[in-house]
Design a protein around this ligand. Structure first.
Ligand code: UFG
Length: 323
């Protein structure tokens, strides 16, 4: 396949590009490097630096690349930030996304695969979360992704653009080349590993009084290699629709920290803090629809295996990417 990947210099995008290239597909990465890193662009991919806020440039890039499939990762993705600057989220995730959709129609792209999020569900009334759970986002980030899902459905109906939207749970882990380096790091696993690397003296636990087995939040951690595989299977399929991507297994914050201690051999000091605003107590996917529709089988289920891949990457890149 000939594939254009927006956000291909980012955390999940870089892993997907690696997998595409290892499967001998042709890849163009389109990224403005605001969150992504030049060094995270696979050397075998064509790279175009640019921003989806430029409608004409976006049309030009998609037209020249003439991809069969576009995989759309480029987005702003911090829940807390979205509660402070919603305009950034509706601008990047909705308005810029619309430029991409218009460019796809003009270039007669067959299919778009979109990174959506379990944050579109808000606080679900049932666990595990299946795709028919009502979508009631509790922050602008989740809302912006939900709006894009709705635009996809209309572009499919009216223009015949095929689409798969994947609602990720907690993306984590690393490949042998690419890992997690956010300029502002808010995620649990990289912050815990910073303590193991002695870059921080302790890590924070946000909330110890949740209605869970040990009082800390439970999340479904899905490895970026498994996410990548799902995107490629979706690109090759004729499916249309929205699918959860998770393992179906939940781990508490304390369980993740314990796994990091086991894997790294380091003692992880913790500071217990109040709850972080906007954190639902428990988010675990019912992943059977993606498994059945795509014949997708997540390989990394045990948290120790997931953390091990992240640990190998962080040890090899203690300061992340060079620029
Ligand atoms: N946590 C800590 N300490 C930290 C960081 C996180 O205790 O230093 C806790 C959080 O409170 C949460 C859990 O660890 O309970 C996981 O937090 P992350 O920040 O790693 O991930 P989130 O679950 O907040 O976010 C993820 C994705 C978002 C998505 C969201 C859906 O990163 O894109 O799930 O709720 F929107």
């Amino acid at each position: 396949m000939n594939v254009l990947v927006t956000g291909g210099a980012g955390y999940i995008g870089s892993a997907c590009v690696q997998e595409l290239i290892e499967q001998n597909h042709t890849v163009t990465v389109f990224d403005n490097l605001s969150e992504g890193h030049r060094a995270a662009v696979h050397p075998a991919a064509n790279f175009v630096e640019g921003c989806l806020n430029q409608a004409e440039q976006s049309k030009d890039v998609v037209g020249r690349a003439a991809p069969e499939v576009v995989i759309h990762f480029a987005a702003s993705a911090l829940v807390e930030e979205s509660m402070k600057v919603p305009g950034k989220y509706f601008g990047n995730n909705v308005a810029n996304g619309l430029n991409l959709l218009n460019a796809c129609v003009q270039a007669q792209v067959r299919k778009i695969v979109f990174s959506s999020t379990c944050a579109t569900y808000g606080i679900p009334d049932r666990i595990p979360i299946s795709e028919d759970t009502p979508q009631q986002p509790i922050n602008p980030y989740g809302e912006s992704k939900l709006i894009f899902e709705k635009m996809l459905r209309w572009f499919h109906e009216i223009h015949g653009l095929q689409y798969v939207a994947f609602r990720y749970f907690n993306a984590c882990g690393a490949t042998d080349r690419f890992g997690e380096h956010h300029r502002i790091e808010t995620h649990l696993i990289p912050n815990v590993l910073k303590v193991a690397l002695k870059q921080q003296t302790s890590c924070k636990i946000f909330g110890t009084d949740y209605p869970t087995t040990d009082g800390t939040c439970v999340r479904d951690y899905i490895h970026i290699k498994d996410l990548a595989t799902a995107h490629i299977l979706a690109s090759q399929s004729n499916l249309n629709g929205c699918y959860n991507l998770g393992t179906g297994k939940g781990y508490s914050v304390r369980e993740v920290i314990a796994a990091c201690e086991l894997l790294t051999g380091a003692k992880i000091a913790v500071e217990e803090h109040d709850r972080r605003p906007g954190d639902p107590p428990k988010l675990v996917a019912a992943p059977s629809q993606a498994i059945n529709a795509l014949n997708w089988h997540p390989e990394f289920i045990a948290i120790e295996r997931i953390v091990d891949t992240a640990w190998q990457w962080h040890k090899a890149h203690p300061n992340g990417y060079p620029h």
